[in-house]
Design a protein around this ligand. Structure first.
Ligand code: DGJ
Length: 331
């Protein structure tokens, strides 16, 4: 009798411990974040790890959208949104294996999305591979009426017959859009102007740093200068990031200059995100911290870019940041 009673008391204690432990974790995951902790796991508001690598960002209304690579369960591109850049909500999978028959054995990297005011469509460009290696080296295009709804896959192709691997999109202030991608076995960085509907490459404009072996392009305009950040080509292993600047996107572009430390703080560039507040426009560097052995262990870093004068860009390490999207300040 005594033993039975002791048993049920210890059972209740165990249950209590379990409940308080799990509700503790739950409470923690539901807490509103007040900063981004660099180099740590990035979770969404449900506490689930964010899978949006090689990603791009787009502001729509009050929301920042983050769209990037997902490599789980046949999903290629996932979409999250946030009003403060710290608390992200998963919204949808935008591109999956089922989106198109040519995606059955595909690998999609570095998706980027821009909005076309004329056609009222969101246009996604990305790096497309078929099978396990990187020999297809194609660009691909998809579109959607709604940034939170599945995209229609249009095609994969080599722009002007060039190989096309790491890539990005850039939409200029006048609405002209550009696609940059690594060509000729990553030796050249190509710059293309897109057609008015952004669904095709209209013109091959320039070969940036021929033979320079650059990838992971991320472009932004600040004041009178365009900045283009890239990495070297060392697979999943990080290397020295570099940037160049130009007064016209068509060039001439400056020489490549080092930015950050010799491993770009153990990351590779994917995007430069402007935060336009009522006090200031600041710029965030977004980089992937790849885990080449286990892709799903890869994380992200968000670091403020600073500009000592109009054409110099600097990247320093900070453990955490608290962006204020109202003022544009980053603490
Ligand atoms: C570096 C690229 O930037 C990534 O997107 C990916 O293609 C890896 N190389 C693959 O090694």
């Amino acid at each position: 009798m005594k033993t039975q009673k002791t048993h049920s008391i210890s059972k209740s204690i165990l249950l209590l411990i379990l409940i308080s432990f799990t509700s503790g974790i739950f409470a923690q995951s539901m807490e509103t974040k007040t900063s981004i902790l660099n180099g740590q796991d990035f979770t969404d508001i449900k506490g689930t790890v964010i899978t949006a690598h090689g990603g791009g960002f787009l502001k729509v209304g009050d929301y920042y959208y983050w769209l990037g690579e997902n490599r789980k369960n046949g999903v290629f591109v996932s979409c999250y949104r946030s009003k403060d850049l710290m608390n992200w909500e998963f919204r949808a999978d935008l591109l999956t294996r089922e989106s198109n028959p040519t995606l059955d054995r595909a690998n999609i990297e570095r998706p980027k999305v821009i909005y076309n005011e004329k056609t009222k469509k969101y246009i996604m460009w990305m790096h497309y591979e078929y099978g396990r290696d990187y020999s297809y080296a194609r660009a691909a295009v998809a579109f959607s009426d709604n940034i939170e709804k599945p995209f229609t896959f249009l095609k994969s192709f080599r722009p002007f017959e060039n190989m096309s691997r790491d890539c990005t999109l850039y939409k200029d202030e006048d609405g002209t859009a550009y696609f940059l991608s690594a060509a000729r076995e990553n030796y050249d960085m190509m710059l293309y102007r897109l057609t008015d509907d952004y669904l095709d490459a209209k013109e091959q404009i320039a070969t940036l740093w021929p033979g320079g072996h650059r990838e992971a392009p991320a472009m932004v305009k600040r004041g009178d200068y365009y900045f283009l950040m890239t990495s070297g080509c060392t697979g999943w292993t990080p290397n020295q990031g570099k940037y160049a600047y130009a007064k016209s996107i068509l060039g001439p572009w400056s020489d490549l200059k080092d930015i950050g430390n010799s491993t770009t703080y153990d990351s590779q560039s994917t995007f430069i995100l402007p935060i336009k507040g009522n006090k200031k426009i600041n710029y965030l560097y977004v980089g992937d911290r790849w885990d080449g052995k286990k892709y799903s262990n890869s994380t992200y870093i968000f670091l403020p870019l600073t500009f000592e004068n109009d054409s110099t860009m600097e990247l320093k390490w900070v453990d955490k940041i608290s962006p204020n999207v109202q003022t544009g300040m980053i603490d």
